[in-house]
Design a protein. Structure first.
Length: 140
C-alpha cells in the first residue's frame, strides 16, 4: 500500500477538499511544486492557478482553482489556504472570458481613474482560470 498525505484545501468560502492523496501539485510563486509523502517542510505563497490532488488507486486527479494564498507542507500533511478557491469543474468559462476582456480593456485604456494594479491582478486571475478550464478539458 502506498503512503499518503492528509490534504486540506480551504478558502474564505469554506472547505474545498479534505482527504488523503498520494501527490499534490500547486502553483507556487516560484513555479509549480509537487508534494509527495515525506516532503521536506515548506511554507510558500501560491499564485493563481490549478491545484491538483492525485488520490492514487488509479482514481482521476481532482482539480481546484485558487486565486492565490499559502501552502504549508509537513511530511504527511499539506494545507492550502486559498484567497479564493473553487472546484475546477465549477469554473464559468464565459465569465472568465468576460473578466479577461474587461481587464485587457482597462489596461489598454490606462485611464487615470482605473486602478492599474487591480486590472493586472484581475487579468492574471482570468487567464489562470481559463488555463485551468483548458487543462481540465484536455484531461477528459
Amino acid at each position: 500500500m502506498a503512503m499518503t498525505l492528509h490534504i486540506d484545501i480551504v478558502s474564505a468560502e469554506g472547505h474545498l477538499y479534505t482527504g488523503q492523496g498520494q501527490m499534490v501539485y500547486a502553483p507556487a510563486v516560484m513555479g509549480e511544486i509537487g508534494i509527495a509523502p515525506r516532503h521536506t517542510p515548506l511554507l510558500t505563497r501560491l499564485k493563481p492557478g490549478d491545484v491538483r490532488v492525485d488520490p492514487g488507486n488509479n482514481q482521476p486527479q481532482q482539480h481546484f482553482y485558487v486565486s492565490g494564498g499559502m501552502i504549508e507542507v509537513q511530511p504527511f500533511k499539506v494545507t492550502i489556504l486559498a484567497d479564493t478557491g473553487i472546484r475546477a469543474s465549477d469554473l464559468d468559462e464565459a465569465a472568465a472570458q468576460e473578466a479577461k476582456r474587461r481587464a485587457e480593456d482597462a489596461l489598454a485604456n490606462q485611464q487615470a481613474d482605473i486602478d492599474m494594479a487591480k486590472a493586472q491582478v484581475e487579468l492574471a486571475e482570468a487567464v489562470a482560470q481559463l488555463k485551468v478550464i483548458n487543462q481540465l478539458r484536455d484531461t477528459r
